[in-house]
Every structure is written in C-alpha cells, then in structure tokens.
Write a protein that binds this ligand. Structure first.
Ligand code: HDE
Length: 714
C-alpha cells in the first residue's frame, strides 16, 4: 500500500479558501484600509457541484452545441459554447524564456540550528521554527514540453513563506554560473536555445551557436566543466544538490553583516546517470524526473534536503585568489565548511499543475530582513529580470495575488488596481501620508522602521561608490583556476565522462574553427583533457587560447566529486525484478522484502502485465518488459524458469535489458536460469553481478570499476 499522507485541507478537493494571507485579512482593519476582501475560490473542484458557466449559470447539456434545427448551423447565441471555447483558446500563457520545463511540490522548512548571532531572519531565530515552502525544479534550455533528461543545469527554486514575508532562494544544482555579468545573459540564452533560423536543436547545448559563444567567453569555462560532468544528467530531482550560487549577506540584530553562500544537500545523496543511460531514458520516459518526484511524494517517501551555509567575512574574502562577488567562482568547502542550519522536506504534490507549478513566480528580490544582497553583478541584474518577466508571463502586476505567490503573512500597502485585481480594499486611504485617521477614518498602514528593511546593507567595504564604471573587478579575469580545480578533483571515471561529454558536444559542432577555439581554451584548464578531446575529435591539438589572467594552482577539493562522496544507501532507489510464467513467487517476495527493508522500491517487470501464473500463485506486473527498460531502474534482478529464460533470450528487449544494466554499471542479481540471457547480453561476472542472495550486500551502488570494460575511457 502506498504510504499516502493524510490529506491536508488543500488536497481534499474541498472548495479552497485561496485568499492570500489567509490567516489575517490582507488589508487589516486595525491597520487601516479595513474592509471585506472578496475571496478567490477554487470553483469546480467540489466533486458534487453542478456544472455552471463562469458566471454561475447552471448548464443542462455539456455535449451538444445549440443548433437551428437538428441538422442546422450552430447559433451564435450559444453563450455556453462560446465561453467554453473562448476560455480554452486562451489556456496557454507564455512559457518561461528559460527554465520552461519544471516540476513543483509543496513542503516544509524547519530550522535545525538557530543562528541569531549571524542573522536576524525570523526563520533562523529558534530551533524548530518552521514555514511552508514551494519548490520548482527545472531544466534550463528546453521548452515546457521537452524531455526531463537532457544534459542541462537543473533549476532549484525554493519559495519559503516565512512569517516576515516570502524568501525566494532561486538557485541551480551547480554552484557557479556561465557568466559574470547580467549584461551577457540574453546572449548566453540565445546561443543555447534552438538556433534562430532552423528552430532546433531542442533542449540541447550540442550545437554551433552555444559552443561559438562559449569559446569566445572564457569566463564560462568553470561552469562548462560542471555542465560536462555527471551533475547535469541526474538520476532524480530528489538526488541533486541546490545552490544559491551568488554570495548573499546575513545581517544580525546589531546590523553586523557577514557574507553567506547557501547550499541544499540531498538526504538521499547525489546520484547521476551515465550519458548513454540519460539518452535512453529520454525515449523510454520523457517525464522520468517529474514522475519520479510525484510518485515518491505520493507514496510518502518524502525527499528532503539539509540547508547549509558557508559564512565568511570581508577579511576572508579579501585574501582569496578569486572575487567572492564573481558567480563563476565557488568557495571550497575545505576552506569554509558548510554548516547545516535547517531541513526542507517535500511532502505534498500540487493539486493543479498550471495553478501552482506554472503560475509560481520566483523573485530573487524576495528576501526577508536578516538576508541581504551582495554586489554580485549577476545577482544585481536578476533583481530586475524576474519581476519584469512575471508581468509578461502572468499578464498583470497583480501576479502576487495568485495563491501560490501570495505571502502567508498579512500584507498591506497603498498599491491599487491593475489588471486582474482580486482584492477589494475599502475606504479612501490610497495614499500616504494621510491624516484620515484623525477624522475617524481608516488611514491605512505605516512604515515600520524598527522591524522593516531599513538600510540595505549591500555595501562592500572594498568598493568606491563615487565612480560610475563599466568594468569588472580585477580578479574576475581569472577564468581557469577553479575550472582546473574542479577537473582535478574528479575521479578517473568522472574525468573520462567530462572528456567524452566534450567530444560528444563538439562532434555536433559543424564549424571547425569553433571546435578548435574551445579545445584551445581547454588547454588553459588541463593539457591532458585538451589532448583527450582533440584525440576524440581527430583534430590536431590547437594552440592555447590566450588567458586574460594566468591561472593559479588551487588545492583539489574532494567535495566536488560525486563518486568520492557516493553513499551506499538503497533509500529512494528503485529495483526492477524480471519474472515470467512459472517464476518462483517465494523468491520474488523475499527479494522484494529485502529491497523494501533497505528503503528501496521493488518494481515487477514481466513480458505481460495482467496476471501471470507463477509458482505459488498469480502475480501482476507493474510494467511490461518492452515498456520498462532497465535504464529506468537503479539495479535489476531476474527470477525465471529455464524455459522462460530461453524464450526471452530470443527477444531483443530482454537481452537489451541486461546489456544496458551491465553497460551502465548497475547491480544485476540473477538466478541460475537467467545465465543464458546474461551470456547473450555479454554480461561478465564481476562484483556487481551477483546471486539473488548476494543482492543485499551490494545493493544499488554503481560498479564503476566495470566501466573500462564497457566503454573506452581514454
Ligand atoms: Fe534565472 N531567470 N536568470 N538564473 N532562473 C528565470 O524568471 C535571469 C540565473 C533560475 O522555477 C526567469 O520566472 C537573468 C542564475 C531558476 O520559475 C528569468 C539571469 C540562476 C529559474 C531569469 C539569470 C538562475 C530562473 C525565467 C542573469 C541560479 C526558474 C522565468 C542575470 C542562481 C524559476 C522566470 C522557476 C528563471 C532571468 C541567471 C536560476 C527570465 C537575467 C545565476 C531556477 O527572469
């Protein structure tokens, strides 16, 4: 049975009270503007409600339009038909220019360590303080209907509905970014999106214009190392890290400021797929990540992340070989440890994808007292962009009234009117200052100097604000030191994956000079890497591109490798068990129990789904073999009779099942009968190819030592 959470009022199919700031009226009486607010109600949600049009008129017939005679023309006066089609015609809104494809979920954030000395942010004042959150994960380049598993950065946007207002931490699953200055963002995005004349490729960076831009923008090289690593082909959204990317500031009650970087660490550990696997998943299940997140939450396996902070001061910042305001740089965890201060758990799926996931509007400018911006020029540009883009996507400056965007604390001000105004403030006070209260009328709200944002503390001690300059600070010119640090911090397999990814991407580039320039840039990172890529493309090693500033050698950081930090847990992992007619039910049940005991999920796969006679009863499969390729699972197992194994060994889907699992370095647990299939699939014995009894010991970890057998890692 799925471990379904008790439905909250909002999932209960009731008519929701979606009034923004529901606990208290948005324009409260005691503060002034007092008056009744009209409520936006999730109409049509009640299962027993009768069908009406949008103005409440009951509809008798929802099948037939109004006609003049039985076989005559449809009448213009059929307002029921017209309204229905009119509304349908306008169902789509512009998709996000970036991060169009996303999946969202509700949850809760809880402070696990109070840090009042660092910040006055209300959510961090007491251990155990909590607030609701909404998270949207996304890919960047593809359109809303693209697939879930392209090689791409993942957006990791968190909206925390705190009691002092919404705090939106709009981050990515990679701690650095392609560019240093917001000025370059439209160029970056144009270059990676479908090429302007031909309208392809969709959701892919492997094409001329992207690599042309990258070759000419060496500041992107650190991000390119991450983008070509396994970070951009994650196994699950539940297994990605999140980063605030920019340096922010914490400000405490006394007004003292420190720099801070935010990290989300997945409790299930970080896990990725291999490239071949990601490509095959895209075909087998374009919604792989969306489905995985939805199903896990639906089953009560709530994904969670720890919130970590790296806190440092101006003196530390001044001593580093990079600029902390440069979003293409990270702070190694070895230099400033990540301190865990909270946990976020996603525990409720959305009720309606459009109303919530599509209409959610994240604004990096949404911060709360105690958290402040830095002068990072990329962040500063974002502060403008997101507000602006919401108007274009959602069509009105009143997008903050949409339930998913409204704060859950009261809000009062003198902003009025605009398209789609759903609030009905009463009284005359729509300006400030006013003295209407002296005449006994509602005067409206007043500023709160003691508790509100007062002086923004974005000042930088090393800045001279008297000059207006279009420049970048000197250390921004070091484009390669951290790129090199990242590459050298990876395991041999991970380095090979980066090299292969670069070869793949550049092999899709048709302009020779573009390839050559990128490889020339790689020489500034690591000559060996550049040679591998040149070799893979069969081109001569080009001359090194000139570096704006000579890179320095930084200590490699183990924290940057996925494999060095891999966790052996089976939690949250999915294991497929292949069976067929005559298979031993007791053996299947025993294996299922082992998997579930370790926190994993078992998924039964068979050539037919309906109900199969097995030894000891009848079993239904969760998925049909051809529709459940092994790329969809973390490990596979097989329990067959000799006859069935023989029959399956003549079926491509079955042989491919084992071949792929082996090629993707997964655990294969099998009985004796399956050997014929393993032989056909070229599966060789190793520590990850085990008997059914041996499965518990190896679990769902990947067997990277096998990789050299199945892939050229040169
Ligand atoms: Fe975004 N970005 N971005 N971005 N971004 C958007 O806002 C933008 C950047 C990120 O799930 C847009 O509502 C500029 C960095 C995420 O709804 C838009 C710059 C990081 C999401 C926009 C950046 C991000 C967005 C498109 C350079 C990681 C999805 C729709 C100055 C820290 C949020 C929208 C969601 C979305 C602009 C750079 C993350 C156009 C101008 C760096 C996770 O406003």
């Amino acid at each position: 049975m799925p471990k379904k959470p008790a439905p909250s009022p909002a999932t209960d199919n009731q008519l929701h009270d979606h009034q923004p700031g529901a606990e208290q009226p948005a324009f409260s009486t005691e503060q002034g503007n007092g008056g009744e607010l009209h409520q936006t109600v999730a109409y049509g949600a009640h299962p027993a409600a009768y069908l009406t049009d949008n103005f409440g008129h009951r509809i008798a017939d929802n099948q037939n339009s109004l006609r003049a005679g039985e076989r005559g023309p449809t009448l213009l006066e059929d307002f029921v038909l017209r309204e229905k089609i009119f509304h349908f015609d306008h169902e789509r809104i512009p998709e996000r220019i970036v991060h169009a494809r996303g999946s969202g979920a509700h949850g809760v954030f809880e402070c696990t360590k109070a840090i009042p000395g660092l910040t006055k942010a209300s959510i961090f004042q007491t251990e155990g303080a909590s607030c609701p959150v909404f998270v949207r994960f996304s890919t960047v380049a593809g359109g809303a209907g693209s697939v879930d598993t392209p090689r791409d950065v993942r957006g990791f946007a968190v909206k925390l509905y705190t009691d002092s207002g919404n705090w939106d931490l709009v981050g990515n699953n990679i701690p650095v970014f392609f560019i240093q200055d917001a000025m370059k963002f439209p160029d970056l995005v144009h270059s990676v999106k479908m090429e302007a004349d031909r309208g392809y490729p969709q959701a892919a960076s492997a094409h001329d214009t992207f690599w042309d831009f990258i070759g000419l923008m060496p500041e992107a090289m650190h991000m390119i190392m991450w983008a070509m690593s396994d970070r951009t082909i994650p196994r699950s959204l539940r297994m990605i890290e999140g980063f605030g990317v920019h340096t922010f500031r914490f400000v405490n009650e006394k007004g003292d400021g420190k720099f801070v970087k935010f990290h989300w660490k997945p409790v299930l550990g970080i896990q990725s797929t291999t490239w071949d696997e990601a490509v095959k998943i895209a075909g087998a299940d374009p919604d792989f990540h969306r489905r995985d997140l939805f199903e896990a939450i639906d089953a009560g396996d709530f994904p969670a992340w720890d919130l970590g902070v790296q806190v440092f001061d101006e003196a530390f910042a001044a001593k580093q070989p990079y600029d902390v305001l440069d979003a293409t740089k990270l702070i190694p965890e070895e230099d400033v440890p990540v301190e865990i201060v909270g946990r976020m758990t996603l525990n409720r799926n959305v009720d309606n994808f459009f109303a919530e996931t599509e209409q959610v509007a994240f604004l990096p400018s949404n911060i709360i007292p105690g958290i402040d911006f830095s002068n990072d020029p990329l962040l500063q540009g974002r502060l403008f962009s997101y507000l602006d883009t919401q108007k274009s996507r959602l069509g009105t400056t009143n997008f903050h009234q949409i339930p998913i965007n409204a704060p859950k604390c009261p809000f009062h001000n003198f902003q009025r009117d605009g398209m789609m105004q759903t609030l009905v403030p009463t009284g005359r006070a729509n300006y400030e200052p006013n003295s209407l209260a002296e005449a006994g009328e509602n005067g409206g709200p007043r500023p709160s100097p003691a508790t509100g944002f007062n002086a923004f503390t974005t000042n930088d001690e090393r800045n001279d604000p008297t000059q207006k300059l279009r420049v970048r600070a000197e250390l921004f010119a070091d484009h390669f030191s951290q790129a090199r640090m990242f590459y050298l911090s990876q395991t041999e397999n991970e380095q090979a994956h980066i090299a292969s990814a670069l070869v793949f991407e550049l092999s899709k580039v048709t302009l020779d000079h573009v390839r050559v320039r990128v490889v020339g840039q790689l020489r500034n990172i690591d000559d060996n890497l550049a040679k591998r890529v040149a070799d893979g493309l069969a081109i001569d090693l080009p001359a090194k591109e000139k570096a704006a500033r000579a890179p320095v050698d930084l200590k490699p950081s183990d924290a940057l490798s996925i494999q060095k930090n891999a966790d052996d847990t089976m939690e949250g992992r999915k294991v497929a068990i292949l069976f067929a007619e005559g298979s031993d039910k007791a053996a299947i049940d025993a294996l299922k129990a082992t998997i579930e005991k370790a926190g994993g999920t078992a998924f039964l796969v068979a050539p037919k789904v309906g109900g199969i006679k097995v030894k000891g009863g009848t079993l239904k499969a969760d998925g049909q073999l051809a529709g459940s390729p092994s790329v969809l699972f973390d490990a596979i197992a097989s329990i067959l009779t000799d006859d069935q194994a023989k029959t399956l060994s003549k079926q491509g889907a079955a042989v491919q099942w084992f071949m792929d699992a082996f090629g993707h370095c997964k655990t294969i647990a099998h009985d004796e009968a399956t050997q014929i299939l393993l032989d056909k699939a070229g599966v060789e014995k190793d520590s990850g190819v085990v008997t059914l009894d041996g499965f518990a010991k190896v679990g769902t970890r990947r067997h990277w030592a096998r990789e050299a057998k199945v892939r050229d890692l040169a």
